[in-house]
Ligand binder design. Sequence first.
Ligand SMILES: [Zn+2]
Ligand SMILES: [Zn+2]
Ligand SMILES: [Zn+2]
Length: 429
Amino acid sequence: MTERIPCRMEGCSATILPSTAAKTNGICMPCHQEQERKKRVAYIEKNRKTVNLYEGLADQVDILKVMHAPRKYDPLIQYAPFPIRKEKLYVSLSNQDAQRMLNYAIELLAVNKESEAQDILLALVCYRNENISIALPELIQRGLFQDPILFKDAPQDIRNQLIERVLWDEDNRNHLLLALGWIGDAKVINQYQEWQMHQPKWAEQLYVTPETYAVDGGWELTPNGERRNLVHQICFGIRQADHQDDVVIEENHARFLETSDSTCPWCNRKLTKLMVAATSHPALQYLDLQMENLQVITCELCGSFSVIYMELDKDGLPVWSRFNQEPVYLPDLDDVNSSTEPSPKLVLSKEPQSPYYAAVWTMSQLDSQIGGHPSWVQDPEYPVCPCCERRMQFLGQIDYADFDEYAEGIYYMFICSKDLITATIYQQS
Ligand SMILES: [Zn+2]
Ligand SMILES: [Zn+2]
Ligand SMILES: [Zn+2]
């Protein structure tokens, strides 16, 4: 039997065969591999080049084309980021340049660069609320229905095509029904109602009834067959005060993430005021609330396991609702790392943004906002008002990932302005 010899690496207790030692200069295989890895890392660090693909580009359209173009991964290349975020560039495009981007997306489709094209179309629709109807025939031709929001401004002939296609295109039926939800015009409303009254055979394979797809588009079909909106089109971003160059701090309009004086009856922690906002702000005026400020309160711990309702008194002071139902599971207090970090100072953007700005959660934008369409991380989930049993209206959302790179999860805020009840729900990936 061959005698094994100890690995020469300091701190390593492995022993190796002399034949291995001859190959690896006396060290064991794991140590050898670790050495090789370090050499590679050192080589990459020494030889890595920073490449600026934006150098010399002044045209915003050219810059955006580079941002969207797929990049080859090469460990020896580090790409310099562009100093302005993609969303911001889209918002600041002239109408003419937005048309150039739209035409570029259509050109990309023609050469089969479908996902790049769809990303550009999504950015135009969400960040700018741009009408991209001229691209829709090509999307249909190619069977590209996975981004239903792209169809929201579909002209009548295309809307009719989609309705007809729902009947036979089993593979895309789910996305087609979502697209109809985003269109939500009189014809779609009638069609949903008809499907509701005479449920088609194919509807048995769906998880929800066809008219429930309306909630993805931010509305619901009432029992009288009418459209009832669950979102408000006036939308303002919520941003970190010290990160803003385009925001004038208007402190008296709204405050966010403050600790409340009241305590959660389930976990005994202090409740959190997600938002305290002036009801006179343009994003909230439509609610026609008589109180000066609207407060939305939740428990940051229990609220991630359950809907938290708060009832507002006539002065707008929130009281823990008798309708709250303690969830079966709540974590032990000890399991929760209560953060000692102070909450970031958040303010409302000065200018409104597209109501679709954050409607697609998987895109790169900051999601926190008042008004507009929610960024659902999972399926849409409008809580039902415990008094009138209708879906509650979306007020706004705070995405913790916007302000903390290690945080995630979104708190969504809702109201029934008739019964003066607010609700929060929480989703994370
Ligand atoms: Zn070793
Ligand atoms: Zn609690
Ligand atoms: Zn109600």
